[in-house]
Write a protein that binds this ligand. Structure first.
Ligand SMILES: Nc1ncnc2c1ncn2[C@@H]1O[C@H](COP(=O)(O)OP(=O)(O)OP(=O)(O)O)[C@@H](O)[C@H]1O
Ligand SMILES: [Mg+2]
Length: 313
């Protein structure tokens, strides 16, 4: 009987010299789900993924990945996982077909099954026309599809995808996510790092990292319900002046201009957020229409990665 948990990490940490890239990370990733990994640049996403693959030894802490203990058993783990790096790691001077053949060789994929499997992948990932093309000459979207085909060739139970969509257009991103949902549907567990909020929203669960520390963990809805902030929007004729007037106020945790709108976060302990904003506008003779808004994942991200002094205003 398989455990219902694909990844269970406890106190996972990684130091690079004086830098603590990942700090005391606890992570529970259920099987068959898509688990998102969010965080600003340098927050430790890639480092964590590399530890979970067995490519990097943790400074301290442990993880159980598909029943295999990390650190120490990377060889046992390799056949069960697929890993797609941020750079896609393809062989640029080999054709699409040769890249797949090479991966089949690395994983000792049964020889007689190789050709049908590669044909199947070329079809599934829409790469048939590029079969003979050198991987290095392909577009970003094509490279991404080939990297995914390489990562899943050996039918891994767990896919670790490190920012797989950072180099592709919106349509390719949607198609890519359709592929991920199909894989999850057939039981594959997926851990995927991303900077895109719309992608985070598609995950069953997600964790947000900041400076190597997990600052939030839950379903998108749970996180949206627990920002600890009032979210407000102001539509102003002069959004720049409105922003300046609002930012001055001590109660404001964050104010961001989005076109003609301002998005404002005020800690929940203030009972009268609309009044706070309207008073700020009135004191500078700026006109604006203030309304409460529903928290988005972007608000969650802003709230949990802001400086502690802003959060506790
Ligand atoms: N091999 C290494 N040696 C020294 N420092 C490293 C090494 N690998 C990562 N780091 C540092 O660890 C921190 C976390 O890096 P990491 O690549 O895990 O972040 P990330 O969340 O993946 O960022 P990004 O969104 O930019 O990909 C960074 O400060 C980085 O410079
Ligand atoms: Mg990274």
């Amino acid at each position: 009987m398989h455990s219902q948990i694909a990844i269970e990490a406890r106190g996972l940490s990684k130091n690079f010299g004086d830098l603590r890239a990942v700090s005391e990370l606890d992570l529970d990733v259920p099987r068959g789900q898509i688990y998102g990994f969010l965080g600003p640049n340098g927050s430790g996403k890639s480092t964590t993924i590399r530890m979970l693959c067995g490519l990097l030894t943790p400074t301290s802490g442990t993880a159980d990945v598909l029943g295999t203990k990390i650190p120490g058993n990377a060889k046992l783990l390799k056949p069960k996982i697929g890993y797609m790096t941020q750079k896609f790691s393809l062989f640029g001077d080999m054709s699409v077909q040769e890249n797949l053949q090479f991966i089949a060789e690395i994983y000792s994929y049964p020889k007689k099954d190789r050709k049908p499997r590669i044909d199947e992948l070329l079809g599934k990932y829409d790469l048939e026309p590029q079969r003979k093309q050198m991987a290095g000459t392909m577009s970003g979207g094509q490279k991404q599809r080939l990297a995914l085909a390489c990562a899943v060739l050996h039918h891994p139970e767990l896919l670790l995808l490190d920012e797989p969509t950072s180099a592709v257009d919106p349509q390719s991103r949607r198609d890519f996510w359709a592929n991920l949902f199909r894989l999850a549907q057939t039981g594959t567990t997926i851990l995927v790092s991303t900077h895109y909020m719309d992608e985070a929203e598609r995950c069953h669960r997600l964790a947000i990292l900041d400076n190597g520390v997990k600052v939030a963990d839950g379903t998108p809805r749970e996180l949206q319900a627990a920002t600890g902030m009032h979210i407000l929007e102001v539509i102003a004729d002069d959004p720049y002046a409105a922003q300046a007037a609002i930012a001055e106020r001590a109660e404001i945790a964050s104010v961001t201009q989005l076109g003609v709108r301002l998005r404002i976060l005020i800690p929940e302990r203030y009972a009268n957020p609309i009044e706070i904003v309207n008073n700020a506008l009135a004191s500078k003779n700026v006109s604006g229409n203030t309304q409460m808004a529903t928290p988005s994942l972007e608000d969650v991200f802003v709230a949990v990665t802001m400086k502690p002094e802003d959060r506790s205003k």
